[in-house]
Design a protein around this ligand. Structure first.
Ligand SMILES: [Zn+2]
Length: 353
């Protein structure tokens, strides 16, 4: 009995010391930011000049003392979707690196030229959307070089990814997330849990994004096609930074971290969200003044008028109607209406996501 006890206590001591060794993790570097365990480091992913100017993407690395997954949080691919950028800025001081398990990589503002020059949708340096050219290429334009380095230094090194958006300067948007199904049952179950843990109560189900990792186009899809569960989330509208939107994005992130066991505590999961099975885009075939007749989040019936466009003399030249019943996910927030631009996106509700 005595010997047995002594043996057990030796086994206990050995396993404790093994545990201590196993629970330590080394430094983690992204760009010029190197974080030691328990620390937060800041730096830049340097993007060299090519056929256009060089740039640097700000990066924050938070290294936990305990092992765990690497979670990447990326905002500001569209630099004037302010609520999403500010949400990550506000999150930085709210996460204590010493208290987390694993590592968090934050890119709070990728598209700096868009932010500084207040240009929506694109990177004004090359006129490209920074969420359409993944996985990017090192010999391309600035957007493509940025996309390439984010793929290499962030996507390929993370285990999970969240891409943050919000209504752009001209988009009156109600909050929602994207559940992108890639056809792998296990991964799709994890991303479903991630959107439910994030907690935005309208969820767009997407299953038609590219399956080829070399032609992934979107950031979230670049992670998904590389076997890393990823979601995209949107809150914010028309250039505003409202507390509700910022808090929804920040709190949703902390809850996903609880779901991933990077933070202690249970993650409450959203029950009975509104699943959107199809998104109908209403676009304009006219230049003119746009007048909305419904607000973001309104439920509309098929055929209902959602807005109209007049010429420069006040004559109505287009009546925009909902092609199907659903919820107005966003509607144009400004009078400027250019031929080909989006008037509104209407989401068709599905019971069977
Ligand atoms: Zn966006």
């Amino acid at each position: 009995m005595n010997i047995c006890r002594r043996f057990l206590s030796i086994v206990f001591i050995i396993s404790c010391s093994l545990l201590v060794v196993a629970q330590q993790q080394g430094n983690f570097t992204v760009g010029t930011a190197t974080a030691a365990p328990g620390q937060k480091a800041t730096g830049y992913i340097e993007v060299p000049a090519g056929i256009d100017a060089a740039t640097g993407i700000p990066v924050i690395v938070m290294r936990g003392t305990r092992p765990g997954p690497v979670l990447a949080l990326v905002s500001g691919l569209h630099g004037t979707e302010y609520a999403s950028v500010i949400a990550l800025e506000k999150l930085i001081p709210r996460i204590d690196a010493a208290q987390i398990s694993g590592t968090v990589i934050i890119l709070p503002l990728v598209n700096i030229p868009s932010f500084l020059q207040k240009v929506p949708h694109v990177n004004p340096v090359d006129g490209k959307s920074m969420n359409r050219f993944y996985p990017g290429k090192i010999d391309g334009t600035q957007t493509e070089r940025v996309s390439y380095l984010i793929t290499k230094q962030v996507v390929e090194r993370c285990d999970y990814l969240i891409d943050y958006h919000g209504g752009d300067l001209d988009e009156d948007l109600r909050p929602y997330s994207y559940w992108s199904k890639i056809g792998n049952e296990k991964q799709d179950a994890i991303t479903r849990d991630m959107v439910l843990a994030f907690g935005l109560d309208h969820i767009i189900v997407v299953s038609d994004r590219p399956k080829d990792p070399n032609a992934s186009r979107y950031l979230e899809n670049t992670a998904s096609t590389r076997g890393k569960p990823a979601i995209a989330v949107e809150a914010g509208h028309a250039g505003t930074v409202e507390t509700n939107d910022v808090e929804a994005l920040a709190n949703g992130t902390l809850n996903v971290m609880r779901y991933l066991k990077m933070l202690p505590g249970a993650a409450p999961m959203l029950e009975h969200p509104v699943w959107i099975g199809k998104v109908d885009t209403i676009s304009s075939d006219q230049n003119g003044f746009f007048y909305p007749l419904v607000q973001r989040g309104t439920y509309v019936e098929q055929g209902m008028k959602v807005g109209y466009v007049t010429d420069y003399f006040g004559n109505t030249i287009l009546e925009a109607r909902a092609p199907a019943a659903g919820v107005v996910l966003y509607i144009c927030a400004v009078p400027s209406m250019k031929k080909g631009d989006t008037i509104a996106n209407v989401g068709e509700v599905t019971k069977n996501p």
